[in-house]
Design a binder for this molecule. Structure first.
Ligand code: GUN
Length: 282
């Protein structure tokens, strides 16, 4: 049976470290606010926004949320971002994705000042990651590296491993590949047009699945002894959550695996908090 990588425990450990750091920063007179913007009322986004605010409250950072109606104009959103960019007490700005289709996501992301881009989505943040400079890193991929390091799996390190990432999104797949490269892994990115996906995935020492397809990855995609990270999160008809990986099947074959829920999900928020604290620190 595989090692269970406990994201909930590791995220809690990080948040507790950050709570101490925030208290120390406050003692030096350093504080700041995270502003979270949600446009529309997508139920999943509402849960994420609520969890982000709760994490801020836990570690001792102020947070404000703007819940804007679905029919908000792009211009109104850009104006709000521009105002927040100019407020010195606002240290982090985050627009919860997805945003309504009548808005240009790229334009909205680019409007956030890179110094306040705690999601790490802006071209400046992504460019810095590409060339190994300092900058905010997208929270889910950063959280996956942290999971692999802090899980303390016996005789395991990322260096030299073949990491196959299934999914090429700007938020997860692409930054994940860059972070794995930074850790000296050999990296392959697979996507919806990749031929013979099972043959490729079974070459992975570390398999990171971010496809957005519930239960897609079964044992036939997994090499014996691989580490399997499941980024997917889906609500089933019975109300329970599941990932992109068929956990029960894959745990028989893997060396270590993340559960859903309680794997990658809590790490995303912990890393967002880490970025917010960095933004207050400077
Ligand atoms: N939607 C799904 N994941 C994320 C995330 O990490 N940040 C934001 N802003 N929106 C998301």
């Amino acid at each position: 049976m595989a090692y269970l990588i406990d994201g909930k425990r590791i995220a809690q450990e990080i948040k507790d470290e950050l709570k101490d750091k925030v208290a120390a920063l406050k003692a030096q007179g350093k504080s700041g606010t995270l502003v979270v913007i949600q446009v529309g009322s997508d139920p999943a986004s509402s849960v994420y926004v609520r969890n982000k605010k709760a994490a801020c409250a836990y570690i001792g950072i102020d947070s404000i949320s703007h819940e804007l109606p679905e029919d908000t104009t792009e211009e109104a959103l850009l104006t709000l971002i521009s105002e927040l960019n100019q407020k010195p007490e606002v240290k982090g700005i985050l627009v919860q994705l997805p945003i309504p289709k009548h808005m240009d996501e790229n334009k909205v992301i680019c409007a956030i000042s890179p110094e306040k881009d705690v999601d790490g989505f802006s071209p400046k943040s992504v460019g810095a990651l590409v060339i190994g400079q300092k900058g905010f890193v997208s929270c889910t991929p950063a959280g996956i590296i942290e999971l692999l390091v802090r899980a303390k799996l016996p005789d395991f390190s990322i260096e030299g491993k073949h990491c196959v990432i299934v999914g090429r999104s700007n938020i997860v797949g692409k930054p994940m590949a860059l972070l794995m490269l930074r850790e000296n892994a050999t990296v392959t990115i697979a996507h919806s047009k990749t031929k013979n996906l099972p043959a490729l995935c079974t070459q992975a020492d570390i398999l990171i699945v971010a496809m957005g397809k519930p239960g897609f990855i079964g044992a036939e995609y997994v090499k014996e002894g691989a580490v399997v990270i499941d980024v997917g999160i889906h609500r089933k008809e019975d109300g329970k959550l599941c990932g992109d990986v068929r956990f029960r099947e894959v745990e028989q074959k893997a060396f270590a695996i993340t559960p859903v829920p309680g794997g990658v999900g809590p790490m995303t928020i912990a890393m967002l908090m880490k970025n917010c604290v960095e933004s207050i620190e400077v």
